[in-house]
Design a protein. Sequence first.
Length: 167
Amino acid sequence: MLRRYIRQMFVAALYAVVTLIIPGASFGILQFRVSEAMMLLAMADFDYIYGLTCGCILANLIGVITGINPVGIMDIIFGSCATFISAVLMHRFAERKLWKIPALSMLMPVVCNGVIVGMELALIYNSKDILNYWLIYGSSVALGEFVVMFPIGIPLYLALKERIKND
């Protein structure tokens, strides 16, 4: 039991550190959050969802406190909810594969972050034309997430799939 908690604390800390090391790419309108590649862990075991979500909360909170997260407290709430929802959906669809790749599962963070974080950014940065900016910011976030989940995530998944499965 203690080993499971320690593993989740390690995942949370690693997610937060990787996010905070590259703050310019991790926060704001254009996002390329490399730590999101860790979302692949959600496909292996439901318990990883807790570590990933706590890591996102921690990274967003430290980002707000240090001033590197310009979105503010809304990112702690909505960004972390997007991580939790996408991780749950990733776990749910992990067994559905396309060419031996869990593509549907890997698409979940792209969609969830694009929709939720895109709306969050539209509300914060442009209150007059919410719908158009939601599409613009949502597309921007989804594109960054897509790059992390597919060109980076697929080779990572293939390299680690047996190890993750046997963990």
